[in-house]
Design a protein around this ligand. Sequence first.
Ligand code: AMP
Ligand code: MG
Length: 356
Amino acid sequence: MAIPEQTHVISVDSVQPDFAAIHVAAELLRAGQLVAFPTETVYGLGANAHDSAAVGCIFSAKSRPANDPIIVHIAALGQIDAVAREIPDLAYQLAQHFWPGPLTLVLARHPNIPPNVSAGLPTVAVRMPVHPVARALIQAADCPIAAPSANTFSRPSATTAQHVLQDLGGRVAVILDAGPTPIGLESTVLDLTGEPVVLRPGGVDLEQLRVFIPNLQIKPRYIATDADPANAPGQLTRHYAPSAQVLLFSGPVGPVRAQMQQTAHDRIASGQRVGVLVIDEERELFVALPGVQVVTLGPGDDLAQVGARLFAALRALDRQGVDVIVVRALARAGLGAAIWDRLLRAADGKFIAVEG
Ligand code: AMP
Ligand code: MG
């Protein structure tokens, strides 16, 4: 692939994307180039999933290790047979209920899909996004699109076209800009190649999936960075991480808030630049601390909004140049499982347990 001389950002309507813009992007994909596009979860960095060389460019553009597999995106159920094989009935049941939407299924890989898409694994992850721009692009390109999140590897995922440009400017031919992504957290990854297990909590929550798979569990994703990646593709601990150190507090709300205030105070006193990431109701507890950067995530009872703003908030604090980010665990039910997962990995798998 020729390295693009510059990245073109093309604005498209998020509901009725302009055909001319989609056509330009689809032609680039068919010619082996990379295109970043919005989905309902986060922005994706796409390549033709049948084009092994183009897929290779995704890894280099993102500095993504070759052992981290990529999700393949389709626009119609009919495309699944060209991506996966030996598809169990459960996959069709789930697809009927959750597609298009933020659920990714891991299935046996079809030989048409080049091995580098799946980091050499015999499996493939496949999803049908609901975002009109993603759907129009896949249809116009007329091929499945391999697309990981459109960020530099291990950085917070991109939820706006500006985030993509910051990380991948000059490394991707076109960014389709349809504004912020509505969910803002990646898809739920469900492995159906053995006993069903959730590999990554995401936009579809565990409770919804347990209607179909009653005893479904989440496989823990917090493994040592030097563990054998073949056993846990893409599961290295530090991920979604800003440059700043993330201090994640967990425990009863009152003592946790007090500990966060004390820590912010101590760190400022020791000369560090401190960022605080809180729900709206907690802003007042921190704004009076001199020099502290407070970023809010929305009301504490609106986890959809908190999830949608999380990655942008981590990036905003990074741009303000803070050394440390103080944040606390929220409720872990529903979308809370995905929010906790992203915070824990941003904090390098560690949290500070506060006693009641
Ligand atoms: P991203 O698209 O950047 O959100 O990353 C995709 C993630 O999906 C990877 O990091 C893996 O955790 C998971 N994934 C993709 N393909 C597979 C696969 N074949 N087997 C297991 N997990 C996968
Ligand atoms: Mg990613």
